[in-house]
Design a protein around this ligand. Structure first.
Ligand code: SF4
Length: 340
């Protein structure tokens, strides 16, 4: 029994035995290239594994090296990321590549501290690259690992408090302090993804059930009460000439920076027109009510800015666009057809 309150040696032994037999085979586990692992980690932030896999393959085919990514155009970058959402990750990934090339001659740092200098790389991502690429005993605590450890420790402290976080990272660090940190970290993640799920954990089949101290597993991990979802209205113009749609490129620093969307209509500006089509979607704790208003020649922004584009409907797929806008354009085109 060590200071985390569990027998770490027994825990690791049981976990590794299970992982070797039943661990998931994932493409980023077949490499020790820190660049490829960093790509996978950025893609997996708030994205499911099954969604990320085809993106990962396409990305590495198009940008096989950190140099290739560093010199990529924004258009190519966003076109490949399109559909994954949270586009800041793509920009940060390229900023990482440029830093590795410019500062370290294309060679990634081999320490958690060095990796944390990279843009958008926090403790988790640095630990993931350090352990998966270099087999360094660096802890990783993502959602799956936090759930497993909070249950194994029977942690009653909310995990989104500084105290809860400190306990989890301390436990993960002690568990990773072994000869096989790469395998142990992967195994911890898989245990959370495959058996120790949020609902109905499969404790009867769990390799670490003899070590686990959870009394009422489904009530763990505890979290602080979440603020209620806020509804936010966003309004956009719909300009359509029967064959083309007017699009606007978002400013680099804005949400969806560099992507093309319908032209923005100030949410408070009276347009005097009814909503033509609308779509609701979630971003973090916001429910976005995306409303589209039909425009005509009188409301057409003049002169057309360089960041606006009349894009043929048949070639909308060539333009990098956030998914909600692609969907609402589909709704608007269907509504136009129905009017005929
Ligand atoms: S015994 Fe149950 S609660 Fe404990 S780690 Fe295994 S699946 Fe999770």
């Amino acid at each position: 029994m060590d200071q985390v309150g569990i027998d770490s040696t027994a825990f690791r032994k049981a976990l590794l035995k299970w992982y070797r037999a039943e661990g998931r085979r994932l493409p980023w586990r077949e490499t020790d290239d820190p660049y490829a692992i960093l790509v996978s980690e950025f893609m997996l932030q708030q994205t499911q594994v099954v969604t990320a896999i085809p993106y990962y393959h396409r990305w590495l085919e198009r940008f096989p090296t950190v140099e290739a990514l560093a010199s990529a155009s924004t258009h190519d970058l966003l076109a490949l990321w399109q559909g994954l959402g949270l586009y800041r990750r793509a920009h940060n990934l390229q900023r990482c590549a440029r830093m590795v090339v410019d500062k370290w001659g294309g060679v990634f740092p081999r320490s958690v501290e060095g990796l944390r200098e990279l843009p958008g790389v926090g403790r988790y991502t640095a630990g993931a690259v350090a352990s998966f690429a270099y087999n360094l005993p660096a802890p990783v605590v993502d959602g799956n690992v936090a759930r497993v450890l909070s249950r194994v420790l029977n942690l009653q402290e909310p995990i989104d408090t500084p105290v809860g976080q400190a306990i989890l990272w301390d436990a993960a660090e002690r568990i990773a302090r072994c000869k096989q940190p790469r395998l142990i970290n992967n195994a911890l993640m898989d245990l959370g993804a495959v058996l120790c799920k949020a609902r109905r954990p499969a404790c009867g089949r769990c390799p670490v059930r003899r070590v686990c101290r959870a009394i009422d597993a489904e009530t763990l991990p505890r979290k602080r009460p979440q603020p209620p979802t806020q509804v936010r209205v966003e309004r956009y113009w719909w300009f359509y000439d029967g064959a083309r749609v007017l699009l606007e490129q978002r400013q680099a620093a804005a949400r969806w920076g560099g992507l093309w969307t319908l032209p923005t209509l100030d949410a408070d500006a009276p347009s005097g027109r009814e909503t033509f089509v609308s779509l609701r979607h979630h971003i973090m704790r916001f429910l976005i009510d995306l409303q589209v208003v039909r425009g005509d020649h009188a409301s057409l922004p003049q002169p057309p800015a360089a960041s606006r584009l009349w894009q043929p409907v048949a070639r909308l797929g060539e333009v990098p666009m956030p998914t909600p806008h692609r969907r609402v354009i589909g709704l608007a085109l269907a509504a136009e057809s129905a009017r005929l």
